[in-house]
Design a binder for this molecule. Sequence first.
Ligand code: SF4
Length: 247
Amino acid sequence: MRNVLKISVKDVIPGQKESLALQGISSLKEPSDRIVKLYQGARESFEAVCHPVGVVADITKEDFVRVYRGDGRNEASTPVGEIFEKADRLALFAVTVGHDVHERINELFGQKDFALGSMLDSVASAGVEKAADVVEARFSRYSRKRRSRSEPIVTMRYSPGYCGWHVSGQKKLFEFLKPGDIGITLRESFLMEPLKSVSGVLIQGHAEIHKVEDKYPFCIQCDTHSCRERSLRLDRHVTSRSANEGE
Ligand code: SF4
């Protein structure tokens, strides 16, 4: 099954905290009035020009093996390579906030309004992640209808370019998903056009399969170690489900 998903603009407007984090501004400190004003201006601008849309297509494990293998440039062992075999369901996805956002950012830089241009860039980056969250949540809701509510079934997204999945994997992903109909194309460098787009695989399965340790050789170069926070969230998810079952 392949679905084009319309996404409401209000669902992708990012909060001040997540937008400022991308500017390197800590949430532990109260931002100045100037920064808050900049964020508000960028948010209004983003709201006016963003056109969020996504596409999701189911994929079998056999087909995903070919997509994931790509041109053979992945690390020998990776989280996705280990997780997808244990999944109940897989889908490829791509989502964007549209071309106009990038044009507006370029316009602002062209007018030498670097502060607002840079803030809009951060708001758009946070916004496209929210759009990807919407796609992930919709896929999860649809699939969960077929499962018992007590099972800790979790959908998570993984993208080429992260955790040992080489960015060149975009090529096979695009060949399968064909997101050109929602306006997303791939450059030779494997960057997406519009730049504010996210693509990858949605992996659905028992919460435990998504728990990843930072044990891979390439983890030394990782800036975020976001798998740790993800594992903690999964633990909380499983615990709250067990508690609900016991009530
Ligand atoms: S440490 Fe970084 S690269 Fe390694 S698994 Fe975790 S998130 Fe991925």
